[in-house]
Design a protein around this ligand. Sequence first.
Ligand code: XLS
Ligand code: NI
Ligand code: NI
Length: 439
Amino acid sequence: MSEFFNIPKIQYEGKASTNPLAFKYYNPDEVIGGKPMREQLKFALSWWHTMCGDGTDMFGVGTADKKWGGSDPMEIAKNKAYAAFEIMDKLSVDYYCFHDRDIAPEAGSLKETNARLDEISDVLKDLMDKSGKKLLWGTANCFNNPRYMHGAGTAPNADVFAFAAAQIKKAIELTVKLGGNGYVFWGGREGYETLLNTNLGLEQDNMARLMKMAVEYARSIGFKGDFYIEPKPKEPTKHQYDFDTATVLGFLRKYDLLGDFKMNIEANHATLAGHTFQHELRVARENGVFGSIDANQGDMLLGWDTDQFPTNIYDAVFCMYEVLKAGGFTNGGLNFDSKARRGSFTPEDIFYSYIAGMDTFALGLRMADKLIKDGRIDKFVDDRYASWKTGIGADVISGKAKMAELEAYALEKGDVISAVSSGRQEMLESILNNVLFSD
Ligand code: XLS
Ligand code: NI
Ligand code: NI
């Protein structure tokens, strides 16, 4: 394989190492929580940020060269593939994720674009066969092209809806061809700017129609994996329909899609919705729709999706706590939907940023495992709800106690303030720090 990076394969050197091109916490084959770290974490490279994103922002052109030595679009696309597999190999990242338009750019017609996708997916398949790397999930970019300015699956115009369906059909075929076990719907323009021009009911009905068709088609060509919806409250539209996990759950229940769909939870989208990352994961887990994760972090002082590589240890611990409590990933994994800052523009920065993100989650996994084994916090929560296990609490849960019984119980008891105990938040926070930083 041609070398795009003058960088050695990144090794685990342990936390005492000061080598910036080494893992301090990610030791792929070390068993933590019953499985090797590479299986617990299932890291994935995001094609769009890593292979395509050149740092262009609203105020300036790109700062990083992402042509990978190519000159025409298909040569660039192929070089992206070779470079991506070199990155994955050198970082011990086992999976990748892509939008159709990341792996091959759009051509003059849908037919020509699809031919490009056939060509490039042959290259990817060959590289996968040789390296053992896998596709975590595929998706269609139905938000970039001007035809989607008012939405794709929720477009007011039926021709646009049909075009989106055709694009999604092809993206599903590519996902199946490359053995992916996930297919993501992120509704980039599925929302609205103003209700003055929007038929919200029809738009949501149509989105559900498109999803049902996609499931039916995917299953007919042998797709056995999970479909994911990736909630996000805003950006690019003012109001996105898939606002947060709870909203998406309502949608999936209304349209009877729960059997095929789970959540792809992104940290920065959670915080944009006014939630913590852990909140979104917990809601998904408690409702049986925990699926996959887009790992990144936002900036508390900025109100948009900054997609930074995650380095916040507490967030990573709480995330991995939820993953472990969910029994680990099945079809999902940790996709770095993250980009190096515009000023971090050199090829080495790709490696530094992945190492930062991977080590953060590796440390998060180690600490979450310790937290669970320590057991003090889980026990506190358990004890806090002990009154539901016997007496009147058990009668409520079994359905034996109704309003009249509860009234009789309360009248007899008198005031219940003596049954109320402290929430002990500060004590728990200090136990948390003690467990995390005790060695
Ligand atoms: C954008 C989303 C996007 C999805 C895939 O905010 O995170 O990158 O993950 O379409
Ligand atoms: Ni994402
Ligand atoms: Ni995002």
